[in-house]
Ligand binder design. Structure first.
Ligand code: PMP
Length: 400
C-alpha cells in the first residue's frame, strides 16, 4: 500500500508523527481524490441535467459515469438502482421514510440488531412512532455475535423489513448477512444492509447477496464527505414514493398534480453533489487499482497483529476477541475511563476514538461507559500498531 498517496499522513500532531487509527469515523483521501475535487471545480463546475450548455453537459456526463462506477463497485444490475444521498444516515432516513410510507402499517414490525449504529435505529424508531409500528431487536450471544436462533424466532407475518449492519462500527464483527438475507427472504421479508463499515474493507456484490437495499458513505471509502449511496433493487425502488420533493425528482409539476421522474432521479431532489460524485469515482478506481485481494489480506493480517499485540498487555480487555472482524478493534484498559486513555494517546499523535461510537444500546449491553476504538485503513501498517502499543503502555503507566 502506498502511504505516500495520502498527504495527510505526513502531518504532525503535538510534534509527533500522526498515527491515524480513526478510519471507521472517516478515512483519509488519496491525492487522486484530492486532485479530482480540484479538477472538477476548475474545469466543469456547472449544474447538471438542466443545462444545454457545454459545461453542464460535461458535468452531467461525469455524474452519470460516477453512478455507473458505483453500480460496478457494488455489482448492481443497473445504475438506475444507485441513488446518490448525503451519506449512510441520509440513505437510511430516506428508506425508512419512503418504504414506511408505502408498506408499514399500525402493528407491523421492523427488525434491527443490538449492535446497530444510531442511524440504523432512530430512522426506524421515527417511522414506528409515525405509524404505530414496533421495533424488534435481534439479541447477541455471549461472544457478542448475533443470536441467529432468536433472529429466526423474531420474524413473523408482521415483519415488514430487516435492517442490519454488515460490520459493527464498535466491534468490527462481520455479521452473517448472507444467512440473514436468506432466512428473511424465505419469509418474503426484504433486507436492508448498512454497509457503512463493510464497504471500505470487503468487496460487496449486491446481486450475489441478494439484499434489497444497501446504504454506504463515500467519506469512509476514501471519497469525499457529504456523499453517500442508497442502493435498492429496481423492482423495490419503483414501488416506493419519493422521500423528498423538489427539483429534478419530478416529471411535470402543476398545482393540481405532480408526476415523478424515473429512477433513480425520483429519489434525488435538488442539486446533487456532482463534484463529490466525480471524486468518489476516483476513490473507487483507487480501490480497484489497489485490488481487493491485497486490501483484504493486508487488513486481515493487520487486525490479527493488532489484536495479538493488544492482548499481550495484561490490563487490556478486547471486545469480541477472536471473532471474524473487518477494520475495527475495540478495547478498554481495566479500571480506567476510555476517554482518559484517548486523551493521552492523542498527546502522542495517535488518533483513536473513544466513547459510545453512536451505538449506545450496544455499549449499554456491554455495561461499560464506552470503548477505545482503533480502526484501520488500507494505508495503516504494523508500524502504526507498534506506535499505538508504545503510546498505550505509556498512558497505562500514567493512569494506573
Ligand atoms: N452506520 C454505521 C455502521 C456507521 O459506522 C456510520 C458512521 N459511523 C453510519 C452508519 C453513519 O454514517 P454517516 O455519518 O456517514 O451518515
Amino acid at each position: 500500500m502506498n502511504r505516500d498517496d495520502f498527504p495527510i499522513l505526513q502531518e504532525r500532531v503535538y510534534n509527533c508523527p500522526l498515527v491515524y487509527l480513526d478510519n471507521a469515523a472517516t478515512a483519509q483521501k488519496p491525492k487522486q481524490v484530492l486532485d479530482a475535487l480540484q479538477y472538477a471545480y476548475t474545469h466543469f463546475n456547472a449544474n447538471i441535467h438542466r443545462g444545454v450548455h457545454h459545461l453542464s453537459q460535461v458535468a452531467t456526463q461525469h455524474h452519470e459515469e460516477s453512478r455507473q462506477a458505483v453500480a460496478d463497485f457494488l455489482r448492481a444490475r443497473s445504475s438506475n438502482e444507485i441513488v446518490f444521498t448525503k451519506g449512510t444516515t441520509n440513505a437510511l432516513n430516506m428508506l425508512a421514510q419512503s418504504y414506511g410510507e408505502a408498506f408499514v402499517r399500525e402493528g407491523d414490525e421492523i427488525v434491527v440488531t443490538t449492535m446497530e449504529h444510531h442511524s440504523n435505529i432512530v430512522p426506524w424508531q421515527l417511522l414506528c412512532h409515525r405509524k404505530g409500528a414496533v421495533l424488534k431487536v435481534i439479541p447477541l450471544n455471549d461472544n457478542l455475535t448475533l443470536d441467529m436462533q432468536a433472529f429466526s424466532a423474531i420474524l413473523s407475518q408482521k415483519t415488514k423489513i430487516v435492517s442490519v449492519a454488515h460490520v459493527s462500527n464498535v466491534l468490527g464483527i462481520i455479521n452473517p448477512i448472507e444467512d440473514i438475507i436468506r432466512i428473511a427472504h424465505e419469509r418474503g421479508i426484504p433486507v436492508c444492509i448498512d454497509a457503512a463499515q463493510s464497504a471500505p474493507h470487503l468487496p460487496i456484490d449486491v446481486q450475489h447477496l441478494d439484499c434489497d437495499f444497501l446504504a454506504l458513505s463515500a467519506h469512509k471509502i476514501y471519497g469525499p464527505t457529504g456523499l453517500g449511496v442508497l442502493y435498492g433493487k429496481e423492482e423495490w425502488l419503483n414501488q416506493l414514493p419519493p422521500a423528498e420533493g423538489g427539483g429534478e425528482m419530478i416529471e411535470h409539476v402543476s398545482f393540481e398534480k405532480t408526476t415523478y421522474n424515473t429512477l433513480p432521479y425520483k429519489f434525488e431532489a435538488g442539486t446533487p453533489d456532482f463534484i463529490g460524485s466525480f471524486a468518489f469515482a476516483e476513490a473507487l478506481h483507487y480501490l480497484q487499482d489497489t485490488g481487493w485481494e491485497k486490501i483484504v489480506e493486508h487488513e486481515r493480517e493487520l487486525g490479527k497483529y493488532a489484536e495479538r499485540r493488544l492482548a499481550s498487555l495484561p490490563d487490556v480487555e478486547i471486545y469480541a476477541q477472536g471473532a471474524a472482524k473487518a477494520g475495527v478493534i475495540s478495547f478498554n484498559v481495566r479500571g480506567v475511563h476510555p476517554y482518559d486513555v484517548g486523551v493521552l494517546l492523542d498527546r502522542q499523535g495517535i488518533a483513536v476514538r473513544t466513547g459510545h461510537h453512536c451505538a449506545e444500546p450496544l455499549i449499554n449491553h456491554l455495561g461499560i461507559p464506552g470503548t477505545i476504538r482503533a480502526s484501520f485503513g488500507l494505508y495503516n501498517d504494523e508500524g502504526d500498531i507498534d506506535r499505538l502499543l508504545v503510546a498505550l503502555e505509556r498512558a497505562i503507566g500514567m493512569l494506573k
